[in-house]
Design a protein around this ligand. Structure first.
Ligand code: GDP
Length: 372
């Protein structure tokens, strides 16, 4: 058969292996228009909300993304504003062979409403400067609500000329949701065309759509950053952990020798604080995640006794996350910093401080100048 690609994920349509993306039965292959075909995996994700993990190997990802090197294109690089470092992919210019990049911070709906977008954009500039990464422009959007899409399209039209546009970035930053918004708002689609899912790597190949002026906008597969917490969570844990709506920050006044548990997923110990005793900190996590305060002296005992109950998720030994390690951060100036648990959330506090942050050894834990 001539090559047909799934409209939802870009995988090559095949009738051989049910376990792989792109599978359709012989009957579907006969009955459906090739241009409208979606594979069984996309069908089940959309209609039954099933989780279908599939890993695009690094070499397959590079093969797909390498095609972009063959042309002069505009790159629209998406980051998850809630987990900037975890979703940044600094090598994107080398991977795509293109220098012209618009940076899009997605999921702005998760940030508290009183935070000024300008402040976040200024912070993004600082982060980019620290990485030595230059962009044509930066913008914040919410693909969920369609916020700032007119401004995003204006930027794309301003910089693309006659070139094609590639939407790139780490898995789960919202690339497919962004392309769906563009298709619905500007190209007359009535429903979502691309399959969007909480599973990473739903998009398998390049999927292109013609814009009004003939150039093509492509959704691309995402590279997985193994340091994001989500990759180690089972579905019940994931549901409580990944924020779906505006985060309500919580303020804590802690003393030296006190500890916060974030469910049973991470922990922060205050070793010493600003004034030598009390320390104010603000937590930014999904509102559904229980944050529990205790004494550091008894924290290990509490963890052993209350894991899966008070300190959950995880809820059962089957859902255990990889072994924890701690990272100690000592900062002596007097600026505000975030301690970030990649993909889970962050805690803001003013230096000087010394804290220990515990999380699975595979999860990125780092400090940065405060975003808010
Ligand atoms: P992709 O892997 O980069 O293509 O990401 P998807 O478009 O498949 O989205 C990944 C997950 O993030 C899905 O659960 C989406 O519903 C969610 N998501 C995408 N954009 C937004 C957004 O603007 N706000 C929120 N809150 N969630 C979003």
């Amino acid at each position: 058969m001539s090559e047909i690609y799934c409209k939802g994920c870009g995988a090559l349509i095949q009738t051989e292996d049910k376990t792989l993306p792109g599978y359709v039965s012989d009957k579907i292959l006969e009955d459906f228009e090739p241009s409208n075909m979606i594979c069984q995996r996309c069908y089940r994700i959309r209609h039954y909300n099933e989780v279908y993990p599939y890993t695009v190997s690094n070499s397959d990802y590079i093969k797909v993304i390498d095609k972009i090197k063959e042309e002069d294109a505009l790159i629209v690089k998406i980051v998850d504003i809630f987990d900037f470092s975890g979703s940044f992919v600094p090598a994107i210019k080398t991977l795509t062979g293109n220098e012209d990049v618009i940076l899009v911070g997605n999921k702005m709906d998760l940030l508290p409403k009183n935070v000024k977008p300008k402040k976040i954009l200024n912070w993004l500039k600082l982060m980019l400067a620290a990485q030595g990464f230059t962009v044509l422009s930066s913008i914040l959007v919410s693909a969920k609500y369609g916020d700032n899409f007119d401004e995003l399209m204006e930027l794309i039209n301003k910089y693309k000329g006659k070139r094609n546009v590639y939407i790139v970035g780490c898995s789960n930053v919202g690339k497919s949701k962004i392309v769906n918004q563009i298709l619905k708002r500007y190209l007359g689609e009535h429903s979502d065309v691309l399959t969007v899912s909480i599973s990473p790597q739903t998009t398998i190949g390049l999927i292109g759509f013609q814009l009004m002026d003939g150039s093509i906008i492509y959704d691309t597969p995402g590279v997985i950053n193994k340091h994001q917490y989500m990759h180690y969570l089972t579905r019940p844990s994931y549901k409580l952990t990944v924020p779906k709506k505006e985060i309500k920050p919580l303020i804590f006044q802690l003393y030296e020798g006190q500890t916060l548990f974030f469910g049973g997923l991470a922990r922060l110990d205050i070793i010493s604080g600003e004034t030598g005793d009390k320390i104010s900190l603000i937590t930014y996590f999904a509102n559904t995640l229980n944050i529990h305060r205790t004494k550091t002296r008894t924290a290990d005992d509490l963890y052993r006794a209350k894991k899966y109950t008070l300190l959950s998720p995880p809820f059962t030994p089957d859902e255990d996350v990889p072994k924890w390690v701690y990272h100690e951060f000592t900062i002596r100036d007097n600026q505000k910093y975030d301690i970030v648990f990649s993909g889970l959330g962050f805690v803001t506090l003013r230096a000087p401080f010394c804290v220990r942050a515990y999380a699975p050894f595979v999860v990125g834990v780092y400090t940065r100048l405060a975003i808010i």
